[in-house]
Design a protein around this ligand. Structure first.
Ligand code: SAM
Length: 188
């Protein structure tokens, strides 16, 4: 499925993703981690997570706000073991799952913070990502403490983006659309 999208990754990425899928299915059922756990939905979520790597500028660190069961932050951390990844998620069961995957895959680039975005202090990153958490204006406000003058943002949005963009009063951004997904990339 990843080949179909013209996204090619190393053998170790495929191995890691296979283990992630096994663990998600096992934990997901018991702990109600993520909505749909069929293969197609999981593959779609994985592809959705990594697709923007094909168009965003390179980065050395990122924070994902509200990672839930792993999208997009955990998947990005698996795809890019060379970058420092911080996952911010307040819910204990989701954090336990993320920590289990981190240990199982020996993801040394990954730090999991059981916190709300607005409670993070002293963490500066190149890129801030978020999917299905809240609107753009609020995301920018909640992540103020993590921003530098060069921090970029990658928000995974649905179709109703126009009003959000007006509300957030941002410039220097681009939107890449794919089916009903709009990837909002705000360049720092
Ligand atoms: C709808 S889920 C989306 C999870 C994942 N990003 C995805 O796309 O599958 C929203 C997640 O955001 C987390 N969340 C809500 N408010 C948050 C906040 N202020 N800071 C960090 N995470 C938050 C919730 O605990 C939940 O796991």
């Amino acid at each position: 499925m990843l080949e179909k999208e013209n996204i090619y990754y190393s053998d170790s990425f495929y191995q890691d993703i296979t283990i992630f899928i096994e663990l998600l299915k096992k934990w997901g059922k018991v702990h109600n981690l993520s909505g749909r756990l069929d293969d197609i939905s999981i593959y779609e979520n994985i592809l959705d997570s990594i697709f923007p790597l094909s168009f965003i500028e390179d980065f050395k660190s990122f924070t994902d706000i509200g990672t839930g069961a792993g999208y997009p932050g955990l998947i990005l951390a698996i795809a890019r073991r060379d970058v420092k990844a911080y996952l911010v998620e307040p819910r204990a069961k989701r954090v336990a799952f993320l920590n289990f995957v981190k240990a199982s895959l020996n993801l040394q680039n990954l730090t999991i913070l059981q916190k709300r975005a607005e409670d993070i202090e002293e963490l500066k990153v190149d890129l801030i990502t978020s999917r299905a958490v809240t609107n753009t204006k609020l995301l920018l406000e909640l992540t103020k403490s993590m921003q530098t003058s060069t921090t970029s943002y990658l928000f995974y949005k649905g179709s109703m983006l126009e009003n959000e963009l007006e509300d957030a009063k941002i410039n220097n951004y681009k939107v890449v659309s794919k089916k009903d997904r709009n990837y909002l990339y705000i360049k720092g």
